[in-house]
Design a protein around this ligand. Structure first.
Ligand code: GTP
Length: 592
């Protein structure tokens, strides 16, 4: 296709503002999908995504509109996947920014708009859901125009649900977004913005060809990782795979690589040729994304360990960002320490393991990665509080730059929460008369402890939140250990700021007292820093006799009760003769 007739764009939005619904309407309106084949949210291919209504993996679809080729690159919609979003945006010349007419601008609207501006994209602002009775399309249009510095009249007002004015979005894409600029005679370069794994064909890379031309069968190389392979098939999605002989500068499509390991091909890497004239310079911006949040995953039934290992191996095929290594806990036995991009990523992995692989898991409270300098000057990264050396010279913890958007009445509540979580105020800005943006720097370790839930409940659901990594900084941290029945439970250790150590140790012990059921004997629960016990509670002994309820001799009823009791115990772990339920391992998450 003539380059001047190509438009590459993404749809960016805050969660639930209607990105997927708009994408669906575009597929319908351009006859890419027949009406009768239209499933809700076609672009979200995983069941879990459809169910939760969130987009996890980016995909690209080619549609035709009035003699033009439009490539719609879908971006993941959550904070954990900012890097993937930015790579997808790099593959585009423009972005459709969708804002809910009833909600106005939210934290991710801003974060995404800034990413688009950084990538020098032409932004087509769209106000969606104008059909809602609570919609204020003019108000939202003014907010968007203020943000982007344009005219509110240029904001397209649509209902993605009913389809009203969606054609105007497509016209605006053709008119306002520039065609791709690549040089078709230059050595070939293509940016990988996503990849997936197909059981039969191996790793499939989704690419934007930046320069030159790629032919089916070509010998290729990924420039950052050095991985080599032959392009078994090239094509584009419409919405299923359509093979083509070649992809040229400006076009978006897929490459079937035949590779068996997704980690051999990373998002952000550049493909070039191995034969003829190869490109010298990769597309800038490649980053090796590192997991920041860690948790231990243990099978409730230790016999399931091999199944858990196989399941993680299979998930990893489709998720290069997932990290795992075997972990042995004195309390929980054999399991894996897993690393995630963020909390949502962790939730998704956990849910997929339980659902798709039918595993019963015990998950420990999440913690962040720490950089520890030992006395001998050596620096190690610690992913597990139990591995934190007691003798520390210097510890660094990751910080984030957070933006919170709230109605002005809730500003005080947000500031209070951020202060409690060791936040450093950066700045505050009025987005409109009613709504305020608060920017803070916070330790990520304070975010993984229920920050988001607290934020939502203290602002009655009105706050929206987004963050970016801001690097490692020194922190005055200590390790608090928990002893149950006199035995240290490694999986309950936590790292916390020294000022909070006593308070959190005490609260955790109180919570554990509630979570740990009475046993046949007294169970002391203690919190300790080093050898010093800082808090203590006791779970009093009680004889639990479930059969006492069955007066008569109805044996089948007795059996049922025993069965039920066994089930209730399923998610418990035996720790030094004490039954500790799953909830106890997450108790640290709700200490307020
Ligand atoms: P993520 O994929 O999670 O980022 O969300 P999204 O931005 O793709 O939002 P989605 O398209 O899933 O829409 C969220 C909800 O808003 C769904 O329940 C849609 O049915 C609804 N919705 C989307 N567009 C409209 C609209 O124009 N009018 C009305 N009334 N509802 C809409």
């Amino acid at each position: 296709m003539d380059q001047s007739r190509i438009r590459n764009f993404s749809i960016i939005a805050h969660i639930d503002h209607g990105k997927s619904t708009l994408a669906d309407r575009i597929l319908q309106l351009t006859d890419t999908v027949a009406d009768r084949d239209m499933r809700e949210q076609l672009l979200d291919s995983m069941d879990l995504e459809r169910e939760r209504g969130i987009t996890i993996k980016a995909q690209a679809v080619r549609v035709a509109w009035k003699g033009h080729q439009l490539n719609l690159i879908d971006t993941p919609g959550h904070v954990d996947f900012t890097y993937e979003v930015s790579r997808s945006l790099q593959a585009c010349e423009g972005a459709v920014l969708v804002v809910d007419a009833a909600q106005g601008i939210e934290a991710q609207t801003l974060a995404n708009a800034y990413l688009a501006i950084e990538n020098e994209l032409e932004i087509v602002p769209v106000v969606n859901k104008i059909d809602l009775p609570s919609a204020d399309p003019d108000g939202a249009a003014v907010e968007v125009a203020n943000l982007l510095g344009g005219d509110p009249d240029d904001v397209v007002r649509i209902s993605a649900k009913t389809g009203v004015n969606v054609d105007q979005v497509l016209d605006a894409i053709v008119e306002r977004i520039p065609p791709p600029a690549g040089d078709r005679d230059a050595p070939p370069r293509a940016l990988i913005f996503d990849s997936s794994y197909d059981q039969y064909r191996g790793v499939i890379a989704f690419v934007r060809v930046v320069d030159g031309r790629f032919e089916t069968g070509a010998a290729l190389r990924a420039m950052a990782l050095g991985t080599e392979f032959d392009a078994e098939e090239l094509g584009f999605m419409s919405p299923s795979r359509v093979p083509v002989q070649a992809l040229e500068a400006g076009e978006v499509g897929y490459v079937i690589t035949g590779l068996k390991d997704v980690s051999a091909l990373r998002v952000g890497d550049t493909l070039t040729t191995r034969k003829g004239v190869a490109a010298n310079e990769p597309v800038p911006g490649y980053k090796d994304v590192k997991p920041m949040v860690f948790a231990g995953l243990f099978p409730t039934d230790s016999d399931d360990y091999p199944e858990l290992r196989d399941a993680l191996e299979r998930l990893k095929l489709n998720d290069a960002a997932l990290f795992y290594e075997p972990e042995t806990s004195q309390a929980l036995g054999f399991g894996f320490r897993c690393g995630f991009l963020g909390l949502l990523h962790m939730e998704i992995v956990r849910e997929r393991l339980e659902r798709e692989f039918d595993l019963d898991l015990l998950v420990t409270a999440p913690n962040v990665a720490y950089r520890v300098e030992r006395r001998n000057g050596e620096t190690v990264e610690v992913h597990n509080p139990a591995d934190m050396p007691r003798e520390l010279e210097r510890v660094e913890e990751p910080y984030i730059k957070a933006s919170v958007i709230v109605p002005k009445d809730h500003v005080g509540a947000v500031m209070e929460l951020c202060n409690e979580r060791r936040g450093r105020f950066d700045h505050m800005e009025y987005l409109s008369e009613e709504r305020v943006l608060l920017a803070y720097e916070l330790p990520l370790g304070e975010i993984v402890l229920d920050f988001y839930d607290q934020l939502k409940s203290r602002t009655r659901g009105y706050a929206s939140f987004d963050y970016d990594m801001a690097g490692f900084r020194e922190g005055n941290l200590s390790r608090v250990d928990i002893l149950v029945g006199g035995e240290q439970v490694d999986a309950l250790s936590l790292i916390t700021h020294r000022d909070f150590a006593y308070e959190r140790g005490r609260l955790l012990v109180e919570r554990l007292k509630e979570e740990i059921p009475r046993q046949m004997f007294d169970v002391p629960i203690q919190a300790a820093i080093g050898a010093r016990v800082i808090a203590r509670e006791t779970v009093k002994a009680r004889r639990k006799d479930v059969l006492a309820k069955c007066y008569g001799g109805d044996i089948s009823r007795k059996r049922k009760l025993l069965e039920k009791q066994k089930k209730g115990k399923k998610r418990m772990k035996q720790v030094g003769g004490v039954e500790v339920p799953q909830e106890a391992f997450l108790a640290v998450l709700n200490l307020d």
